[in-house]
Design a binder for this molecule. Structure first.
Ligand code: DWN
Length: 413
């Protein structure tokens, strides 16, 4: 089945889901296309629902994972900021938990192996799990052993037989991509040692709503988590959420630390309660913040369309800086095209030469900016705005402007 409908809450199972926003029919955000693909593109419904009781949002439709992940455009190594973030993350986890050298660290959704390479610096034995054939090959070439598969219960049984149990299992920006969370947690229980640690990092629901990050809503992101929701999920699966912290990466991410029930780590109640408190204050159990978000989305859409029309009427050359999945989403929600945006640049070699799906805006390497200096650059990868602005200082001629689309349309001269 290419697409299924998820009628019940992924956390509690109830079918009282409330519609929050219908983005219409959208192409998969990470599926960039070549000209020969134009005639075969297939959009899918993108509808956001909420379970107020769980303080949780999820998509109404689930697109077949093979269609989204078997050949994957996004590479973690496409940004130095993210590579630095991974290096710090590995240092932090190793220092905090003092895993003995050669302990097995498994990264779920390991992408191009960037995070595991940071663990290899600490003499950890590493293993990547990722369904993307192109990325598994790339990671292996760079010395990161990778199993090209989804992390499911059957896969975990094979992994533990072949590689033994893992002291640390990480999942950065993949937990929200999983449809069958029960199966994922069962796999975790099989692969993790009894004193093992599961670390996951994913976008924060409060930050998404507060920052109007509607462009991060796309088919890969099935779930939008709060700590309230996860406490309920893990509690039902004999797992102990023993600590939570936060990182500003990717527009604001929650970081959770989980162990098996009876594990040796002391619970950080103060930290957990501070996140639960913030979610209470944000009133995540009520419709209000979600309805406010839906109104803010329409305001950003209106303001960005109006600004682009004004700039185009002034004959300005407008480009996109970065072709992230969120940028593709924003372009297609606003139904933008080459009428508004001349081209987009991206540092990922595998994205260069392709086009955004449905809107068919060409994507070039960043060097093009020197040959064809624009008047305006929309920073679609706003979560890396500092790095992008620093890299494009040569554009700062008289009158050049950056546009940052979220949390509100901001022009930087
Ligand atoms: O959850 C996900 C996040 C972590 O990564 C995945 N579902 C897919 C992906 O989302 P994204 O594509 O929105 O992620 P990024 O990391 O915001 O994408 C940044 C894009 O910008 C990359 O394509 C690289 C590009 N870039 C660039 O062209 N020049 C980035 C930098 C820093 C630059 O200087």
């Amino acid at each position: 089945m290419i697409i299924t409908v998820k009628q019940t809450c992924r956390i509690c199972g109830n079918n009282q889901l409330s519609p929050i926003f219908d983005f219409g029919s959208m192409p998969p955000a990470n599926t960039l296309v070549s000209k020969s693909d134009f005639a075969h593109e297939q959009p899918f419904p993108l509808q956001l629902m909420a379970c107020f009781d769980c303080a949780f949002m999820q998509l109404r439709h689930v697109v077949a994972p093979d269609l989204l992940f078997r050949d994957y455009a996004y590479m973690s190594s496409s940004s130095q900021t993210y590579l630095d973030h991974f290096s710090t993350l590995a240092d932090t986890l190793i220092t905090r938990f003092k895993f003995p050298a050669r302990s097995l660290v498994v990264d779920i959704g390991s992408n191009d192996g960037s995070l595991l390479k940071a663990f290899q610096v600490h003499k950890m034995h590493t293993l990547g799990i990722d369904p993307a054939r192109n990325l598994a090959r790339l990671a292996a070439k760079q010395g990161v052993q990778t199993v090209c598969a989804y992390f499911t219960e059957p896969t975990a049984k094979k992994l533990v037989q072949k590689y033994g149990p893992a002291r640390l299992i990480t999942a950065t920006n993949v937990f929200a991509h999983i449809d069958n969370l029960q199966d994922f947690l069962a796999a975790l229980d099989i692969l993790l040692t009894k004193d093992g640690i599961f670390f996951a990092q994913f976008p924060s629901l409060v930050d998404l709503l507060e920052k109007n990050a509607f462009d991060t809503i796309y088919h890969e992101h099935l779930s939008y988590f709060s700590i309230t929701a996860l406490k309920r999920l893990f509690g039902r699966n004999h797992l102990d959420l023993f600590d939570v912290d936060y990182s500003p990466i990717h527009g604001g991410s929650l970081r959770i630390f989980v162990q098996k029930k009876g594990g040796g780590m002391k619970k950080n109640n103060r930290s957990i309660h501070s996140f639960l408190e913030r979610e209470q204050q944000f009133r995540l159990h009520e419709p209000k913040p979600y309805m406010q978000f839906a109104q803010n989305v329409q305001k950003v859409e209106r303001n960005l369309r109006r600004l682009l029309k004004k700039l185009r009427d002034q004959k300005k050359k407008i480009v996109g800086l970065g072709a992230p999945a969120k940028g593709v989403t924003l372009i297609n929600i606003l139904r933008l095209g080459t009428k508004e945006i001349d081209f987009i640049t991206d540092s990922t070699p595998s994205k260069q030469g392709l086009y955004t799906p449905a809107s068919h805006i060409p994507i070039f390497q960043e060097e093009v900016l020197r040959k064809w200096p624009p008047d305006v650059g929309i920073i679609f990868a706003w979560n890396f705005a500092d790095e992008i602005i620093q890299k494009t200082q040569f554009l700062k001629k008289r009158g050049f402007k950056y546009i940052i689309p979220v949390p509100k349309v901001t022009v930087i001269s």
